[in-house]
Design a protein around this ligand. Structure first.
Ligand SMILES: [Zn+2]
Length: 200
């Protein structure tokens, strides 16, 4: 059975306050710039009715591609986590000749929330070697539990550098709140999806 009791109550984030909070956080350096963009995209995802999570693919300080969670909108897609969307976009772009596949190992994938088991597995198999995130996810994150991966995945994990992005801690807090915003309602919809979608 699913349980929601593991999630600690946290002050409810007002989406209308996010822009003002972002304006008060550090703007210096490209990492804070990434963090700011991740929060803006996570806010966009949440406003669209999806989980408030986003991801970027970066070369040096340049953002090449960005993506948001799209599990519920525009249509139900259980694989549409931000990191999966981002890598789908990358791989399409390679086919279209916009990027070269061999570039990927030098790029950084940065998520607003620690990647889940599905996304971390995909990230490792895709060839990404630099994996960062704004907020840890104690309930669903896999990077901090990578020692529990099967050996083949652990071997790939050892070829990466990974961990929390070093930014103004206000961004991490905001990213965590955006990821948790509306979570109980979204999880009810997710469970209902497996029961024929009655709650949709
Ligand atoms: Zn995921």
């Amino acid at each position: 059975m699913f349980s929601f009791s593991l999630f600690k109550p946290e002050a409810q984030l007002e989406l209308s306050d996010v822009d003002a909070r972002l304006a008060r956080l550090s703007q210096s350096g490209y990492r804070n710039g990434w963090a700011r963009r991740l929060c803006e995209l996570a806010l966009q995802a949440r406003r669209e009715g999806n989980y408030g999570v986003s991801a970027l693919l970066c070369r040096g300080d340049e953002v090449l591609l960005e993506a948001t969670n799209a599990v519920f909108q525009p249509h139900w897609d259980s694989a549409a986590h931000a990191e999966m969307q981002l890598l789908n976009c990358w791989e399409r772009s390679v086919v279209e000749g916009r990027f070269k596949a061999r570039e990927l190992g030098a790029l950084s994938l940065v998520s607003s929330l620690e990647p889940c088991p599905m996304c971390l597995s995909r990230i490792l198999m895709s060839g990404v070697r630099h994996i960062y995130y704004l907020a840890e996810d104690p309930q669903g994150g896999m990077v901090t539990r990578a020692r529990h991966l099967p050996p083949a995945f652990r071997n790939l994990m050892q070829c990466t550098d990974h961990g929390p992005l070093r930014v103004d801690s206000g961004y991490s807090k905001l990213a965590r709140q955006l990821a948790r915003h509306g979570l109980a309602q979204l999880r009810e919809r997710l469970v209902a999806q497996g029961q024929g979608g009655q709650a949709l």
